[in-house]
Ligand binder design. Structure first.
Ligand SMILES: Cc1cc2nc3c(=O)[nH]c(=O)nc-3n(C[C@H](O)[C@H](O)[C@H](O)COP(=O)(O)O)c2cc1C
Length: 224
């Protein structure tokens, strides 16, 4: 098995998968590793529904498609879609105008061998920024390390996936499709399979662009 550093540097996002089967044992092993993620207060509020049935996969994709289309329309308008810091100029008509081709990178996920719908029991979330007048950030910390672990474990086994969150924006419909109760929020949908194409050189900013010593006015962190 490849070493952890290599896995971390090469866990790319993949949306197209071969016909190679993902076994029940694969899914179990991936989740068995992912469960070692940390979570606020060790709440371990994750819930996972692994979908193989074509009609259920399609239902989740269909339910979240309006959110994906709004994202595409936002990008086309030059926006950072769904930021809480700016009012979107995207209209319903703009969303309607998004072509199937422009959102094909999302619809294709219905063809993945397995779709994982990942939820978080909100009673187990540590949303410590709940008192601030802005969108919540900290609560996600109780679930997304688990999701990243899924991607790392899949990659270590020659499989891949992509963290998607559009299903979160369609939460009531997705809860009803997968049987999550109201207190289980939809955090992510992750397809898992063997990638058609493996990418090993990821485009990421260097450390000195985002990290400073002591203060944001401080020296950039670089290799000594
Ligand atoms: C919070 C979050 C939400 C994302 N949502 C989607 C999504 O809905 N659909 C998708 O195809 N990719 C989604 N991605 C994947 C990113 O687009 C991807 O990680 C990024 O473009 C880098 O690609 P790479 O990992 O292949 O280098 C999401 C990633 C994160 C972290």
């Amino acid at each position: 098995m490849a070493d952890l550093e290599h896995i971390m540097r090469t866990t790319f996002s993949s949306r197209e998968f071969t016909d190679q089967a993902v076994t029940d044992a694969d899914v179990d092993e991936i989740l068995d590793l992912a469960r070692f993620a940390s979570s606020g207060g060790n709440g371990q509020g994750w819930r996972v529904v692994a979908i193989r049935a074509a009609e259920t996969k399609q239902a989740v994709l269909d339910a979240s498609m309006p959110i994906a289309r709004r994202y595409v329309a936002g990008r086309a308008a030059g926006e950072q879609p769904f930021t809480d810091l700016a009012q979107s100029t995207v209209t319903d008509a703009d969303v309607e105008a998004v072509t199937p081709e422009a959102s094909a990178w999302y619809t294709v996920l219905a063809q993945a061998p397995v779709l994982l719908v990942i939820g978080i029991d909100r009673r187990k979330m540590a949303a410590v920024d709940i008192g601030l007048d802005r969108v919540g950030i900290a609560g996600g910390g109780s679930i997304y390390p688990f999701v990243q672990n899924i991607l790392l474990a899949a990659r270590a086994r020659g499989m891949s996936g992509v963290l998607t969150t559009f299903a979160s924006g369609a939460e009531p419909a997705v809860q009803s499709i997968v049987g999550f109760p109201p207190e289980v929020a939809v955090a992510a949908m992750v397809p898992i399979g063997y990638p058609v194409k493996t990418i090993t050189k990821l485009r990421r900013k260097p450390v000195e662009e985002f990290a400073r010593w002591e203060h944001m006015d401080g020296a950039p962190i670089t290799a000594p």
